[in-house]
Design a protein around this ligand. Structure first.
Ligand code: ARG
Length: 492
């Protein structure tokens, strides 16, 4: 169908298929095709309200747009002879309604403000899906944590047994990270959801358009006011990608822990078979592949961010075609994280944990030595560094019984711990895994009492975040409904 109505004025000759395909964003534009119908409807409604298009023309165009939104776009608008979906739809309108009518839709706008609006509309929907997925995994973490406030396990630094903690405490550490991921995406939403429409090429337009109306009917919260900024800005997109890169780093780290815990070397958790693969040669194998792919995807997301930022950073104002090349990285980065988070949540929810194994490991490698040193400080009044040295020497000698400690104190400092009041019971209590955990009851510590308090707060925060997400989602859906009903109203 259709000649290239954008080229035909200024440019002569046919463009080769290779050049057309090279320039076209058509494949990537499938992502924004639905948004483009909305943007066209809003622009057309505005043109009509401002009396910038006659009623008959407006009704005819709207009829086609409503058809698109009900039945989907016909395949021929996606022909990659067109530079993009915007040109494809305009060509279709001209083809089917004649230029006298179809040739009027692009009054007072440019593809530059149009595409920016489309990307923002699609992106806000994607951000909402990410917010929902992030909340879901937070819910899983909180539910599991509530079941495991008494499940002691080893905590590691440098991947060496460090101090005992609880599974609940460990899971809430991830919940904290995911809640900040939520916060980053949620605050990005505000900057995504602003309308660039009306900026036209960059210098706005001399037609008396109504930017506030198109912004409002498309569910935007306001304008990207400066018209040059409006078409040039892609920081909203970089912000989403960086929030995605950080979110997927959180997911990757949780995956890394689960992979480690599921190794028979740890034996802390058994993953549901649904999330595992076997080996083509080793019949016994059960591998945590889903989590490995998740971990790898965070590299992919980082790649998308890097690519997008690398393109944007070199561009002068205002619109440059380079910007077209940025958008696919946004979709790629989003989808790399979006697919993984729900799978991670379900892999976690269906995993079975092994408290006995965890407890057994919790006390390994003198993991309670810190509490013993603390106890010497509290009960005997010696400086922490002195206690730290005495206990360290005991570990080096291979025992933390009173005899070994006494010997170490004598040799290193010429003092008698027994003389200061050290008893066997004191040492035994200090070295007990559970009592060490219970002693760590400061805010945010692993003691069951502290974790229960934290759980209450985390649940309340999650409840608020879920409500905030639902209300944004409702606002976007309501705007879409209203747009469609005004569009139909034009035909009535
Ligand atoms: N398809 C383009 C993009 O994604 C928009 C077209 C603007 N083209 C132009 N020559 N000004 O950015």
């Amino acid at each position: 169908m259709h000649e290239d109505q954008i080229r035909r004025g200024r440019l002569g000759g046919e463009r080769g298929c290779d050049v057309s395909r090279f320039l076209s964003s058509m494949e990537a534009d499938r992502k924004i095709a639905e948004a483009d119908i909305q943007v066209d409807m809003a622009h057309l409604l505005m043109l009509r309200r401002q009396d910038l298009i006659g009623e008959e023309h407006a009704r005819a165009i709207m009829g086609v747009l409503i058809g698109f939104s009900e039945k989907g776009l016909p395949e021929d608008v996606f022909d990659d002879r067109f530079e993009d979906i915007h040109a494809g739809i305009e060509a279709y309108l001209i083809d089917h309604l004649g230029e006298e009518t179809g040739g009027r839709i692009h009054t007072g706008r440019s593809r530059n403000d149009e595409v920016a609006a489309c990307i923002r509309i699609r992106a806000r929907g994607e951000v909402l899906r990410l917010l929902e997925a992030t909340n879901r995994i937070r819910e899983v973490l909180i539910t599991l944590a509530a079941e495991h406030t008494g499940t002691v396990m080893p905590g590691f630094t440098h991947l060496q047994h460090a101090q005992p903690t609880t599974l609940a405490h460990h899971l809430l550490a991830y919940e904290g990270a995911f809640s900040r991921d939520f916060g980053r995406l949620h605050s990005a939403f505000a900057r995504v959801n602003e309308s660039p429409l009306g900026a036209a090429a960059f210098a706005s337009t001399g037609f008396p358009i109504d930017r506030e109306y198109t912004a409002e009917i498309l569910g935007f919260d306001g304008l990207v006011e400066n018209s040059m900024d409006a078409v040039s800005a892609r920081d909203f997109l970089l912000e989403i990608l960086s929030a995605c890169a950080i979110l997927s780093a959180t997911a990757s780290r949780l995956s890394a822990d689960l992979i480690l815990w599921s190794s028979p070397m740890a034996g802390f958790v058994t993953l549901d078979d649904a999330y595992c693969s076997s080996s083509s040669i080793m019949p016994q194998k059960k591998n945590p592949d889903t989590l490995e792919i998740l971990r790898a995807k965070s590299g992919t997301v980082l790649g998308s961010l890097t690519a997008a930022l690398a393109i944007v950073r070199g561009l002068p104002m205002s619109y440059n075609r380079d910007l077209q090349e940025v958008t696919p990285h946004l979709w790629q980065g989003i989808s790399a994280v979006q697919e993984g988070i729900p799978l991670l949540a379900e892999a976690l929810a269906t995993a079975s944990f092994h408290p006995d194994r965890m407890e057994k490991e919790a006390g390994r490698g003198f993991s309670t030595a810190t509490e013993l040193a603390d106890r010497l400080v509290r009960d005997l009044g010696i400086p922490f560094r002195t206690a730290h040295t005495i206990v360290g020497k005991g570990v080096r000698a291979g025992s933390l019984d009173t005899k070994t400690l006494e010997k170490a104190a004598k040799e290193a400092f010429g003092i008698s711990l027994k003389g200061l009041g050290l008893t066997r019971q004191m040492v035994e209590e200090a070295l007990d895994v559970r009592s060490m955990v219970s002693a760590r009851k400061v805010n945010g510590g692993p003691a069951p009492a502290a974790v229960k308090k934290a759980l209450k707060e985390r649940k309340e925060q999650l409840r608020k975040d879920v409500a905030a997400t639902t209300s944004l989602d409702r606002k976007v859906r309501d705007a879409r409904e209203r747009l469609l009903s005004e569009a139909r109203g034009l035909l009535a």
